[in-house]
Design a protein around this ligand. Sequence first.
Ligand code: FAD
Length: 494
Amino acid sequence: MGGVCKETANDSVEAKGVPKNVGLMWFRSDLRVVDNTALIASSRHCNSVLAVFVSTPMQWHEHHVAPIKIDLIHRRLVVLRQQLAKLNIPLTVVEVADYEQTPQAILELVRLHNIKHVFCNKQYEWNERQRDSLTAQLLKKHKIEFSAFDDECILAPGKVLTRKEEPFKVFTPFRREWLNIYRMEMPKVMAIPAKLNRSESLDTVFSKSCNQFTYPACDSVRWPVDEEAITQRLRTFCEEKVAVYHQKRDIPAVDGTSCLSPYLSIGALSPRQCMAALLAEFPLCFDEPENGAFCWLNEIIWREFYRHLIMAWPKLSREQPFQNWTRHVVWQQSDSMLKAWQQGMTGYPIVDAAMRQLKETGWMHNRLRMITASFLTKDLLIHWQFGEQWFMSQLIDGDLASNNGGWQWAASTGTDAQPYFRVFNPTIQGERFDPDGSFIRTWVHELKDVPDKYIHQPFLWNQAESLNYPRPIVEHKSARLRAIDVFKQAKSFM
Ligand code: FAD
């Protein structure tokens, strides 16, 4: 174990006569003090609160979490520690060697500090649910209360159901019902918890420093993590950009989307904060489905939809397709093709530009995620799990629910997915969404001098030989037909 904020039994506050009603706030993917359901509950129930973040490098490694995302978490924890200190809530970071040791690590803290009650916000992924259930059982044995709250969604999983009280499998009716419920309830942003009494003994026993995690480092500094910068980004987007979101959101060369997903994924921002900022500018957006504000709201609801899905169908967190018949798809295995895709060397400029941007910056625009995912799963016919894993290992906003949802959508294996016979043409996608090739030229330097006319098919240019750029690794027309055929055959097993 390295990089741990260590504590020893000798530090036990029990012996030092600290407050009786001590609570533990366990932070996970909710790294904020504003609008944090569990944090507010803990400060209401207890007269002293300690906070902990458990880092699990082995599990991050196993699940291919991007180093840049971990760096973002780490930097955000430093800010969170300062914010919590102002509320007299000390934060410590504990590293466990193995994910399965998390319940025990929580129990040790609880015993060490005479804690009566553990608070956290629920996570909906399968492994996280197992971990929480084990922790709850262990704490119960020791007569410690464990309270987990719904916080990650505006409307919690289980709340938006069909008339038969079942989870929705299709987005549009889900959204309709989501909007119906939302209009009735309108969950509001919750304030920062009240300042608790200072307890010097707790302060001193809880470590002050927040050491680096033992995980490969990758600088996320391009993404500010202080409260003001994050909320300002949200406000500016809602004031200046959301009105034209529907017109600009598909153009990667334009700064037309909010770029808030990294903050939503680590919980530095809540979806309720997004809704509040949106409604402050566009109170009538529900009634105007043609406008930019509604279009953005739609994306927030997609985020919720995918969370509701992983909760209702645990198999999605366990590497299984939603559509059972797609298990029969005979995927291709080609390390060289997979590598060409990962490194941005497919010979399709829009795909390569996107993949190189991802590798260099940890970010990819939504339209490009759709194009590159379609290219991998249909043109190359490589299993979507390889793409899901690669994205997770690179993305600063890597998030199981949305990533899995996006990949299964593109691969036609998910619920409400792209039908298998509709295959994106990467050249046409490039022409539509990067017409003058400015995005391509930014990331594929070999193509910067190619005339506009050939930017999407540089191999047709009469000077193509002089470019140090590959020819297309597959021919789209025949690859499309192959994919449709393979899916058709898989479906015939039904
Ligand atoms: P905006 O367009 O400003 O949208 C606002 C917010 O809505 C986003 O921040 C995000 O939280 C949510 N959102 C937007 N689009 C989607 C969507 N299609 N599905 C779910 N939520 C959405 N998003 C992630 O947060 N993490 C991922 O790991 C991830 N992987 C993806 C993989 C694939 C193959 C695809 C097709 C999509 C993936 N998405 C993922 C969804 C989407 O691409 C990103 O949320 C979006 O690009 C983030 O940019 P933004 O914050 O500017 O979004």
